[in-house]
Design a protein around this ligand. Sequence first.
Ligand code: GAL
Length: 963
Amino acid sequence: MSALPWYEDVSPGRGTLPPRAWYARSDAPALSLNGDWAFRLSPTADAEDQAFAAPEYDASDWGTVAVPGHWVLQGKGSEAPGEYGGPAYTNVRYPFPVDPPRVPTENPTGDHLRRFDLPADWPASGGAVLRLDGVESCARVWLNGTELGEFKGSRLAHEFAVGHLLKARDNVLALRVHQWSSGSYLEDQDQWWLPGVFRDVTLLHRPEGAPRDFFVHASYDHVTGTGTLRVECEGDVAGRVTVPELGLDLATGEAVTVAVEPWCAEVPRLYEAELAAGGERVALRVGFRTVAVENGVMTVNGRRVLFRGVNRHEFHPERGRSLDLATMREDVELMKRHNINAVRTSHYPPHPAFLDLCDTYGLWVIDEGDLETHGFEDFAWRGNPVDDARWTPALLDRAARLVERDKNHPSVVMWSLGNECGTGAGLTAMARWIRDRDPSRLVHYEGDRSCADTDVYSRMYPPHAEVDEIGRRADRGPAARAQLPFILCEYAHAMGNGPGGLADYQRLFETYERCQGGFVWEWIDHGLVHPVHGYGYGGDFGEELHDGNFVCDGLLFPDRTPSPGLLEYKKVVEPVRIADGGPGAALVTNGHDVADLAHLAFTWSFLADGETLATGPLEVPALAAGASARVDLPVPPAHREGAETLWTVRALLAADTAWAPAGHEVAWGQIQVSAPVRPAPPTRAHPSRTSDRITLGPGVFDARTGVLSALGSLPVTAGPRLDVWRAPTDNDDGAPWQPDERHGPLWRELGLHRMRHRTDEVLLDAEGLTVRSRVASGASDVGLRTTYRWTSDGTVLRLAVEVVPEGEWRVPLPRLGVRLGLPAALDRVDWYGAGPGEAYPDTRAAARLGRWEATVDALQTPYLRPQENGARIDTRWVELTSPTEGVRVEGDPAFAFTARRWTTEQLDAAAHRGELVPGDTLWLHLDHAQHGIGSQSCGPGVLPEYRLDAAPAAFSLSFTPLG
Ligand code: GAL
């Protein structure tokens, strides 16, 4: 066979400059080449010749694309797929035949042209480099008709020396980009395949004698409180480094030790500095910090750190992985506001400006290489590039481009080789190179359980019990591994409703020194704007192979609205704990790694039956990190006897920060003072009967079936009856590769979505109405004996439900409660219970007791693939009203309610939100209990304590019509 074309050979490229540090500001001029570029798309790599690269080429009949951008998300019509093809989503599978390093003949190829003039003040002396910050998957580059070279490595920066080719006017930059290259085999991350020039293109002037590269070393000695600074310039370049705030003026290469404040994610102290060398002044921001592993624990500046992290892919619903600075900033601010302190840049180095934001705002970063070969796992890793020496230069190139570009960011505390590549000598070579080049940070890689190449033991999605075992250092494994700190580089799969069990993980992280936290998978749903579905996922863009909505598993919806999962995470990882401190006191614990509490202001409020009776400031000492104190609460205000009373104590930002204004809530806790006193329900009213109806207080029933048909003047379109079905969540459905039971499919198999209700008895007595029934599905011998007992005091109608399971129930129930239909006009909801958001048994940390109100529409959580959502737990009472009528429901004990304009069956059947069409009934679920949520869409199932096993149960609900 003839030699492979360059895009198919395994080399990383040719003609590029060695990688170097990225920096945001220098006095050397720069010219952004972002903007509209002439664009031509061809179906194969060789459909068009290279004549377009010649300066005189006439591209007037070409289209245009915006750079940075992905061509598949542009083009006329933006149909799915559009004029320039479409996005495609696969998780593990390569969407092309696996025959490395060959790629398909159908290889969409985008030719890009940009003409530019140099600014009038562009210096005549010196050189210039052309920098491309990200091109997927590879590019061949020409300037003014001269070929510069070619490169692979989509999310890595590539530079070419171009000074000798530049003209004052009418330069022509030409790029040929192929969607597929040998590099695609190294970029099998779980995300959309999105070709294009998706990051900035910049021309940078290089002043005469300017350093080619520099390395800022800034360590911190926590014993002496001093920092040591040394800025190393490549080659013999001599320069000066000044740090005005520290009064420093030193030569490059020289080390100086002075008293400094250290950098950490909680207090991101940066010193403005300047490097002046060979005609260039570069602005530096120096953060002093030292990363170490001491006695099996990772420390920064001598203190254990606890990662409250997320995995962040770069994603925007319209622009894919092409992110502008405002979106990056929004991500960082949202993270900070939700108590997140760490990011893993899954699974490639982010746009470099993102790391500047992490330095500024304070986030620990695991910076990951652009590397994943997961698709080889399906073939027992046969042919895996990380275990094939021919690929090692490409792997080392990726390691170097990661480290060199990002080495000057204090926020980066670990280098990660990549993700899900199995094992191989190529990874070892990368780790060696990184350790040699930068021994000041830890090396991370999850895919090798031997941990031979890593400084931390890292896992994804282990069950709680295993984390507990690892925490106790009782896990079996290589001896060296037992000495390493432990992190979860991925856990708590945030797909659809969930993740459940976050608080249970956090308890383990706060119990065991070795367990240093984790990174929730993942930050944002990758739902792309779609002409029909609003947001589309895998399969919505005409892909022949796809992995459905597995790409929508984030804590943010695609438009960056926080999902309930993010609110839960914020509460679970709050850095201050507020608990019951005994009579009249709160116990406040500072859970920060470093910061004291001086930056927070505390408040108390006193609630009676959910109503806030009084609030005020609470004096809390500026506790040091790790310290606790009992803080006296005031004398409770006067309140109704028998009311349920509690304190809410909140920790708020005392002053504005870069990421949130003063008053932003960081943490809170509730302390119950007294439980409600409930009077015994009276049963004064007597039922009466005509031939076709029974009347009991405000209740009107069908005499034959015993089913409620009206409450006073309010029609009940479907009387309450037992309901155990919920539209399975992604976590209920589970992932086939997870070991735990997958309840969604088992529920369906058992027919819980098609239960039948047999009426056995409708019995009237002097005190009320009793209806006995058996609820079961076809082809099944298990059932639920259900008794509905109705009584009334004349005003309130009370329903007591008793459920006794029959037969051998092998699976838990999705839910246990009643469902009823009411007029759709009742669309205002007021309640006293835990809120304001949805909550389930294992996702309930963020729900606090209080009075809440919402519309029915606002109660819905817009998961991209419709599924169970919106339950409000611990409800004492709820009122559903229209301007003219309504109903109040009280529970004994408290219950969960869900109100929707569609049935569970319709919710279950829908694949996209737009398929849910409001009907003329308001469907109200009043649940005694729900099964937990878990994280089984890619992780462990529901913990035993949150299972809803079929067992005898009794609960009551009181209905009052509201005029
Ligand atoms: C992990 C992988 C991620 C993502 C996740 C599931 O195995 O590292 O990239 O695929 O599972 O969403």
